[in-house]
Ligand binder design. Sequence first.
Ligand SMILES: C[S@@+](CC[C@H](N)C(=O)[O-])C[C@H]1O[C@@H](n2cnc3c(N)ncnc32)[C@H](O)[C@@H]1O
Length: 271
Amino acid sequence: MKSGEGNREQWNKAAESWVEFVRSGQNYYSEHLNGPALIQMMGNVKGMKVLDIGCGEGSFARFFAKAGAKVTAIDISEALIQAAIAEEERHPLGITYYATDAADLHMLQSQNFDVTYCYMAIMDIHDYAGTIAEIARILKPKGRLVIVLAHPCFSLWRVLNGKQVSGWKTRTRRDGTKEYLYNWTSNYLQSHSYPFEWKHNRLTYPFTTTGYHRPLSAYVKTLTTHGFAITQLDEPQPTEDGVKAHPPMAKHYKIPHSIAIEATKIPAKRR
Ligand SMILES: C[S@@+](CC[C@H](N)C(=O)[O-])C[C@H]1O[C@@H](n2cnc3c(N)ncnc32)[C@H](O)[C@@H]1O
């Protein structure tokens, strides 16, 4: 899939299922692994102007608004933005939402935000370079961008030309439980799109979106090209509570599920 239009349609179709999934507390990877990594890297946001890129139904926008930030949030899916606005109307937190492609933030002033984050969304965004260029424009000098993304080196599932090119090698133990042995990958250096099937039983209905695989170096080169320096990097592990409640998450003590990157915009005169 080449354009953001297809992504918009896919996420609009997925919206009802996604909202129910997140709001019913079933997104345990977010609760016990990726969410804590985002919150830690964001740090204290009190009094800051914060932008959420790919906000979905808005749960992290609400989290950071409650933590004292002045939050603006965008997503390509009108249906998800409507769900976020409905929640804002029920429990106002002063969040401003826009339905727009992340690569087109024309409604936002240049050099206006202290921190931007893109949580579990950059690998769903077709024009990631355009998105990073827009973020560089709207951030103040020394502003920060925090990205938490599915780890490109260790994909859950990736398909190229109809063939699986990465995933987990598992075996079944005598007691019938699954053992996760290792994560394998091929065609790592080829950037490509692939269909991502959301079909686990925690969803009210299954749906398919488009994922975009890019090697880590592609993200880092794009960030540095747009005047960012990498100032933190983490490969988060699940919480103990998460592993207790969901034992298969223990595989992420061996192999990371995600990577968290903090990039800081270097003031122009220092470049
Ligand atoms: C996996 S969801 C994550 C949503 C939210 N960050 C969360 O964790 O609940 C990925 C999000 O990226 C959004 N998205 C995909 N392409 C986009 C684009 N080009 N611009 C803005 N948002 C986009 C989707 O609509 C979807 O809400």
